[in-house]
Structure formats: structure tokens, C-alpha cells
Design a protein around this ligand. Structure first.
Ligand SMILES: *[C@@H]1O[C@H](CO)[C@@H](O)[C@H](O)[C@H]1NC(C)=O
Ligand SMILES: *[C@@H]1O[C@H](CO)[C@@H](O)[C@H](O)[C@H]1NC(C)=O
Ligand SMILES: *[C@@H]1O[C@H](CO)[C@@H](O)[C@H](O)[C@H]1NC(C)=O
Ligand SMILES: *[C@@H]1O[C@H](CO)[C@@H](O)[C@H](O)[C@H]1NC(C)=O
Length: 432
């Protein structure tokens, strides 16, 4: 009997011990998460000051702390960072190190592009179209391979019609899988997936492919951010209007958003929300943060995806449809919208706001109407008369494209452009 009581007593003691251990462990896990979230929140509160060129500071004592708190650390410290460019690690140091104050939301639009390889001229033409028609200040984030930094700096510095700032960044990838990311899609295109992590100080960002042209001020798209409901954190256009010629609904071997998928060539992001959200996914039952989700997603689907990072975005928003704001096709008008006759009905009424020459149509002969717009903007020099040196030559060359379906819709290409030009001419005698 005494022996039994003895054993019983020991059991009770041990149970108590394990209970205390479990509770303690749980508490510290929660605390860790809490602290990391608190820190990221603090980092985010520091609204972009418009001057992202920060000197890399010494690697103070906080590094260990950061890495411990961050559940997945893809970043290798000081990887390929030119001295005057702020990369991931210097943002961390600056954000975590300084007193963090909330600043008033800024009026400017933040526009990012990733340009690699032979995309210099195309990117500059895109930037020219952005600067040409915008009336509000712009902040440009140009991600480029190191060899191109000098050319960008020279070219962009000579464009000064409106107030704008620009920062040039190196391409940075998660170190472990750098090669895999780089070959995932056209060189460097998957960089965009990491922008919420690289530009931690930036609240919201408009990402565009290099092969797009603004025919309408950037700030008009930017204002859509304020139309997001509380669960939306990114905005894109559908990949297709017409399911019969849609790609995803006919060929995809992975989940995709909605009826025909989404196109990521023009992507508006509230990155504050992207960084804060826990995303539903089909890899675990636990919702994951953005940076925790990307590589497992690539690993799971790499054999099934065709269009690289756009496919990953489709998978993500398939599982989180409440987080996506879908804007209409005139904001991302592609040859698919006119190649077999016009199927972007909102553009039929409003005109084209952003022209997206995907699959190289700005440079080859497949869609002469797209190429004509590109050539006209590329040839135009800042300061020249817009009617005489942009609109007239463009209408001239478009008139010789009416043998193609897109050429027949090409009055839609100039409809908004004319309004943008008119509105500039009305307001700006002092700007030139
Ligand atoms: C550019 O950066 C400077 C320095 O931070 C800032 O004062 C200015 O408002 C910025 N301008 C624009 C147009 O972003
Ligand atoms: C990839 O595609 C194959 C063939 O359609 C399919 O059986 C498989 O389930 C897909 N893999 C994933 C992860 O969806
Ligand atoms: C982005 O979302 C955050 C958090 O909801 C919000 O505070 C911020 O104002 C949003 N940014 C814009 C430009 O709407
Ligand atoms: C926001 O809009 C999306 C798309 O219409 C919708 O699915 C979602 O439920 C909305 N969220 C809220 C909080 O109303």
C-alpha cells in the first residue's frame, strides 16, 4: 500500500513538471512570435521618407536577435551590396535601430521595375511614359544587374519633367536558392516576389514589367489602393477576358485565380498588408507568412508551372481570393485583348490606360500597332511638342496597321493618350 502511494506521488510530481515545461515552452514560442511581429510592425510604421539611399551601417549587436526572431531566414548578410545602396540588411539595421515615428502618408506614387539583360532601352521607354504623363511626384525603384546601373543612372537623371526620386538596387535573391529563382522565369523576373521583403520601409508599390507603357498618369492607378477593402492587399488584371482562348483554364496544371487566372505584368501591392498577412496555402494547414511560403510553393509546383512567378501568384490568390482586388483590362491591355477581335469591353469605352506588349510585340512584327506605340514614345524627347512629335507620328504609323485586328482597335490606344496630353497642355505652361 505504501509502495503504491509512493508511486502515485511520484507520478503526480512528474505530471506537474511536464505541465510546467509545456506551458513554459508555449509561452516562450508565443513571446518570440509576438516580439517578431511587434518589430515588423514597428518597422512598417516607419513610412518611407522618400530617400531610400542609406549607407550600410556596421553590423551592430542586433543581428543575432533578428535572425533568431525571423522564422525563416533566406537572406545572406551583405550579399552583393554596393556601398551606397540599401539592401535587405541595411533596412533591417535602420528600421530596427532607430526611433520609429509615424509619418503622414505621402502623396507620391511608388513605381518599381526589374530590368535585366537586354531590357535597358525598353525599361527607359516605360519610365519615360510614366514620367511623361504623371502630374504627381513619383518615386522609382529600379532593380537592375550591376552592369546596367551606370546606364540607368545617366539616362534617368536626364529625365526631369516632374518631381521624382529614383533608387537603383542590385538584384538580390534568397541565397540558398539563388540559381533556382533566377532560372525560374525570364532573368530576374521573380525578383518582384521579394519586393515586400526588400523594400521593408515602403508601404505600397506599383510593380510593372519592363514591356508596359503608361498612356495615363501613374497616380490614377495608384488611387485604386484607397479602394481596397480591409482584406485586399494586391491588385491585378485578369489574364484573359475570354475563357475560350484563356491559357490557365485550358492548360494549367496548378491552381489559379478565378475563371481565367491573373496577369502579373501590372501589380499594385499594399506591402504593409502583404508582410502582415498569414496566407492560406495547400502545403500545410497552418497559414504562412509571405516569406515562409515562397520557396515551399516553388518546390511543390516547380515541375508544373509555365509562367514562373505569375503562376505562383495565381496559386497564392487561388487560396486567398479575398485578398485580391481585380482591376479591369484597360489597365493591362495585351495583344490577347485584340488579336482575334476586341474582347476588353471596358477599353472599348474608356480607351487603353496601360499597354502591355508581352511576348516581345514591342520589338517584332507580329503586332505592328503595339510596336508603333512603343516606337513613338521611344523616339519622343522630353520637352518637344506632344502633338507634333508624339501624337501625329503615332497616328500616322497606326493608320498603316489596320490590316491587323489590333490595328483596327488602335483608336483605343490613342483615346486615353490624347486625353492625357490634353490635360498636360492645359495645366503646365510652367513645367517646361
Ligand atoms: C525625394 O527625396 C527627398 C529627400 O528625402 C525628399 O525631400 C523629396 O520629397 C523626394 N521627392 C520626391 C518627388 O519623391
Ligand atoms: C502536376 O501536374 C500533374 C499532371 O497534371 C498532376 O498529376 C500533379 O498533381 C500536379 N502537381 C501538383 C503539385 O499539383
Ligand atoms: C496599406 O495598408 C495599411 C494597413 O492596413 C494601411 O495603414 C495603409 O494606409 C495602406 N496603404 C495605402 C496606400 O492605402
Ligand atoms: C473584399 O473584396 C473581396 C472581393 O470582392 C471579397 O472577396 C472580400 O470578402 C472582401 N473583404 C471584406 C472584408 O469585405
Amino acid at each position: 500500500m505504501r509502495c503504491f502511494r509512493h508511486v502515485f506521488f511520484i507520478c503526480i510530481v512528474m505530471t506537474l513538471f511536464s505541465l510546467v515545461y509545456v506551458l513554459d515552452h508555449f509561452a516562450s514560442t508565443v513571446e518570440d512570435r509576438g516580439r517578431w511581429r511587434e518589430q515588423s510592425r514597428a518597422a512598417l510604421r516607419r513610412h518611407d521618407s522618400g530617400l531610400p539611399l542609406r549607407k550600410t551601417r556596421g553590423s551592430g549587436g542586433q543581428h543575432g536577435e533578428l535572425h533568431r526572431c525571423k522564422s525563416v531566414s533566406y537572406w545572406s548578410p551583405y550579399w552583393r551590396l554596393p556601398a551606397d545602396v540599401c539592401g535587405v540588411n541595411c533596412f533591417m539595421e535602420t528600421s530596427y535601430g532607430e526611433g520609429l515615428t509615424k509619418e503622414a502618408p505621402d502623396e507620391q506614387s511608388h513605381l518599381a521595375v526589374v530590368a535585366c539583360g537586354p531590357r535597358l532601352e525598353e525599361t527607359l521607354t516605360m519610365l519615360k511614359s510614366a514620367l511623361l504623363f504623371s502630374k504627381k511626384p513619383l518615386h522609382l525603384y529600379i532593380f537592375a544587374e550591376n552592369e546596367l546601373h551606370g546606364s540607368f543612372k545617366n539616362a534617368v537623371s536626364t529625365m526631369h519633367l516632374i518631381k521624382f526620386n529614383f533608387t537603383i538596387f542590385p538584384i538580390t535573391f534568397p541565397n540558398d536558392n539563388e540559381k533556382e529563382w533566377k532560372k525560374l522565369f525570364k532573368p530576374c523576373a521573380s525578383q518582384r516576389l521579394f519586393l515586400p521583403l526588400i523594400l521593408q520601409d515602403v508601404d505600397s508599390l506599383l510593380y510593372v514589367d519592363t514591356d508596359i507603357l503608361f498612356l495615363q498618369p501613374v497616380e490614377d492607378l495608384w488611387t485604386l489602393l484607397s479602394h481596397f477593402n480591409s482584406s485586399q492587399l494586391a491588385a491585378m488584371a485578369p489574364e484573359h477576358e475570354e475563357p475560350r482562348i484563356g491559357w490557365y483554364n485550358r492548360f494549367a496544371r496548378h491552381p489559379y485565380y478565378g475563371r481565367t487566372g491573373i496577369n502579373s505584368g501590372v501589380m499594385l501591392m499594399n506591402m504593409t498588408r502583404i508582410r502582415a498577412k498569414y496566407f492560406k496555402n495547400d502545403m500545410t494547414t497552418i497559414p504562412l507568412r509571405w516569406e515562409e511560403m515562397l520557396m515551399p510553393l516553388l518546390q511543390k509546383y516547380k515541375l508544373n508551372i509555365t509562367w514562373g512567378d505569375q503562376d505562383l501568384l495565381n496559386i497564392i490568390f487561388h487560396h486567398n481570393p479575398e485578398s485580391l482586388f481585380v482591376f479591369p483590362c484597360e489597365w493591362n491591355y495585351r495583344p490577347d485583348h485584340c488579336i482575334y477581335g476586341s474582347n476588353c469591353h471596358t477599353a472599348d469605352q474608356q480607351g487603353v490606360f496601360i499597354l502591355h506588349g508581352n511576348r516581345g510585340v514591342f520589338h517584332d512584327d507580329k503586332q505592328p500597332a503595339f510596336r508603333a506605340v512603343y516606337n513613338a514614345i521611344q523616339k519622343y524627347q522630353f520637352g518637344e511638342d506632344l502633338d507634333k512629335f508624339l501624337l501625329d507620328p503615332l497616328e500616322g504609323s497606326l493608320s498603316s496597321t489596320t490590316h491587323t485586328y489590333c490595328g483596327r482597335s488602335s483608336h483605343l490606344f490613342t483615346k486615353r493618350l490624347k486625353q492625357s496630353i490634353l490635360s498636360l497642355q492645359q495645366e503646365v505652361p510652367h513645367r517646361r
